[in-house]
Write a protein that binds this ligand. Structure first.
Ligand SMILES: [Zn+2]
Length: 237
């Protein structure tokens, strides 16, 4: 009977219930019923407080971890587009970063003295042009993005957009332009021996697991700005 009475009380609206005269035992029962809720509120408040303290103390570490995470897409690192005022024209259709011009032209002259004729195939490429190259060639060749990324960078992820990259061919063997066979030319052999003297480095070597070997693609690392641009590429080999 006592139990039924209690149940009836709870079926009354709350506002009416508070006017009911409760015995001590009813109050105790109510406290027991509400205790899990009180415990829950207490737990949630405590957890939120602890979490706030952790964020406050380790916020900097979390931020650093986020900065250091690998942000490659299909194996390519992101690169910003060079400001237009830093570009110079070295051939009718070839622009490069002004910091790289002298070294690049000196390298070509030095090669010529050794009977090697370097030809510049592609320098700066805008993100828009890279977009066209990546997507139009991809669909033309019926390749999915992962396959295409092995031979071409997605827009916003090309070293060419920095102005510090140059594709080089052998003027006496133009059939090897942009081909792996370029590695068998005298021009390539000369570059392997001499390019570092002019601060040029092969970007995509044979041991790169994401991107195909590109013996024609070289990047300049002869200025602080260039070193900063390629810092990630050199760190995460
Ligand atoms: Zn290239």
């Amino acid at each position: 009977m006592e139990q039924n009475k209690d149940i009836n009380q709870f079926e009354l609206p709350f506002a009416k219930r508070i006017y009911l005269k409760n015995s001590n035992s009813t109050l105790l029962k109510k406290l027991l019923i509400f205790s899990p809720f009180l415990f829950l509120i207490f737990s949630v408040t405590s957890l939120r407080l602890i979490r706030n303290i952790e964020i406050g103390s380790f916020g900097n570490i979390n931020f650093q971890a986020q900065k250091n995470r690998d942000d490659r897409i299909l194996g390519h690192l992101p690169y910003a587009e060079i400001p237009k005022e830093k570009l110079v024209l070295i051939e009718p259709n070839i622009q490069v970063h002004i910091d790289m011009r002298d070294s690049l032209l000196e390298m070509r002259d030095e090669a010529k003295k050794n009977g090697i004729y370097l030809v510049f195939l592609s320098g700066y490429r805008s993100i828009n042009l890279q977009n066209e190259i990546f997507y139009s060639l991809k669909s033309f060749r019926n390749q999915v993005a992962v396959e295409r990324a092995r031979v071409s960078a997605p827009p916003g992820y090309s070293e060419h957009s920095t102005g510090f990259a140059i594709d080089i061919g052998d003027a006496t063997q133009r059939e090897t332009d942009f081909e792996t066979e370029f590695e068998n030319t005298d021009a390539f052999k000369w570059l392997i021996k001499n390019a570092a003297k002019f601060h040029f480095k092969l970007s995509f070597t044979k041991d790169n697991k994401f991107i195909d070997y590109e013996p024609w693609h070289w990047r300049y690392e002869g200025s602080i700005e260039a070193l900063k641009v390629f810092e990630s590429a050199n760190r995460k080999l």
